[in-house]
Ligand binder design. Structure first.
Ligand SMILES: CC(C)(COP(=O)(O)OP(=O)(O)OC[C@H]1O[C@@H](n2cnc3c(N)ncnc32)[C@H](O)[C@@H]1OP(=O)(O)O)[C@@H](O)C(=O)NCCC(=O)NCCS
Length: 244
């Protein structure tokens, strides 16, 4: 059982620790004009390209809060954060190369993982009964994952589908290659009674030992997964603007 803590002003990140944050995008904990004020020119242009006000506000909240939280680790002002992007679009901080992070948003929530000197990936998804299921699993999941999903009673499948999806997505986000990475070439657990685990990666015999994977209960209607290069000795969870 995890407990969500209040957001620290100066988060202390230990070498083998992973921090997970959750933030409301519907009611961001800081004023919209303050969050807009910390964005750079490219981010403001991206915000302005959204056709719908709701999407624009959501993007400004997510990107602004990402800057505010990362700035607390870096010890600088949120507007002074400079993102670099890999060829596949994964953001990083070249001014603070030791600070690993990855963000994910779905519905009204954003989650952010932060750790030191290791690859890290995070994914959250709102569980939808009308989406997912065997048809999509058969396109994206490995044969063993599809068999696991099939073995579950139909009412357990939507959650198991999103459990698998978030674990797989967290892994490809940690690697940073996006959807160019073949999704059926690695396997995660998905049954409700199995612990979260990366089971195997084709061509990487040590992968199960190399990666630490865990779920986090971002919200009852969501699945959330974080994966980081091992060893991970400790997790800490911070909640900002949700139930506080
Ligand atoms: C871009 C991608 C990395 C994640 O997309 P997503 O799940 O829709 O979005 P998330 O909210 O989880 O993550 C987006 C954030 O991840 C980060 N990101 C972007 N590219 C990334 C990459 N290549 N690797 C890791 N993180 C990346 C950014 O911070 C991005 O935020 P932004 O859009 O505000 O800039 C990519 O994997 C994708 O398009 N996935 C589509 C979903 C899919 O088909 N999944 C199959 C799983 S079985």
């Amino acid at each position: 059982m995890i407990s969500w803590q209040a957001p620290p002003a100066r988060p202390a990140l230990l070498p083998h620790q992973v921090h997970v944050w959750r933030v409301s995008l519907q009611r961001p904990p800081l004023p919209a004009d303050m969050l807009w004020g910390v964005l750079d020119k490219a981010e403001r242009q991206r915000a302005q390209r959204y056709r719908f006000e709701r999407d624009r506000r959501r993007f400004v909240a997510a990107r602004g809060m990402l800057r505010v939280i990362l700035a607390r680790y870096a010890g600088i002002a949120p507007a002074a954060i400079h993102f670099d992007y890999s060829d596949h679009g994964k953001p990083s901080l070249s001014d603070f190369p030791e600070l690993a992070f990855n963000a994910s948003d779905s519905g009204d929530l954003m989650a952010l993982g932060v750790a030191l000197n290791r690859l890290l990936g995070v994914d959250i998804e709102r569980v939808r009964d009308d989406f997912g299921g065997l048809e999509i699993a058969e396109r994206f999941f490995s044969p063993a994952e599809i068999a696991s999903l099939r073995s579950l009673p139909p009412q357990a499948r939507p959650r198991a589908f999103f459990r698998c999806w978030t674990r797989k997505e967290a892994f490809i986000k940690a690697i940073g290659e996006g959807l160019s990475y073949p999704l059926h070439q690695f396997e995660v657990t998905l049954k409700p009674d199995e612990p979260a685990r990366l089971l195997r990666v084709v061509g990487e015999p040590d992968a199960a030992r190399r990666w630490f994977l865990t779920d986090f209960p971002v919200h009852p209607d969501y699945e959330g997964a974080v994966i980081a290069e091992a060893p991970v000795a400790d997790m800490a969870y911070f909640s900002w603007g949700i139930g506080d």
